[in-house]
Design a protein. Structure first.
Length: 107
C-alpha cells in the first residue's frame, strides 16, 4: 500500500512538473513570436522554439513512460480487445484453416 501511495505522489508531482513546463513553453513561445514579429527580419525565434519543442516532447515521453504500470497495461489490453470489431472474422478464418483463434479469452 505504501508503494502505491509513493508512486501516486510521484505521478502527480511529475504531472505537475510537465504541466508547468508546458505552460512556460507556451507563454515563452508567444513572447518570442511577438518579439520576432515586432523586430521584423528573419524568423530567428524558430530555432529556440524548435529545440525547446524537442525538449518538451522528451519531457512528455518520460512523464508518460513513468506512469505506465501493470494495471494500466491490463486496462489498455482489455479496452483494445473490446474494440476489436473483426475478432470474430479472424477466428473464423483461423478455424477454416485449422489454426488457432485470435480470441485470447477462449481456453
Amino acid at each position: 500500500m505504501r508503494v502505491r501511495v509513493e508512486r501516486a505522489g510521484r505521478a502527480t508531482t511529475a504531472a505537475r512538473a510537465f504541466r508547468q513546463h508546458a505552460w512556460v513553453y507556451g507563454i515563452c513561445a508567444c513572447a518570442l513570436i511577438a518579439a520576432n514579429w515586432f523586430t521584423g527580419g528573419v524568423w530567428w525565434s524558430f530555432w529556440p522554439l524548435a529545440v525547446w519543442s524537442v525538449v518538451l516532447a522528451v519531457h512528455y515521453l518520460l512523464h508518460k513512460s513513468g506512469t505506465v504500470d501493470e494495471a494500466w497495461a491490463a486496462e489498455r489490453t482489455a479496452d483494445l480487445h473490446s474494440k476489436s470489431y473483426d475478432a470474430h472474422h479472424i477466428d473464423r478464418i483461423a478455424q477454416d484453416f485449422g489454426g488457432k483463434t485470435a480470441d485470447r479469452n477462449k481456453k
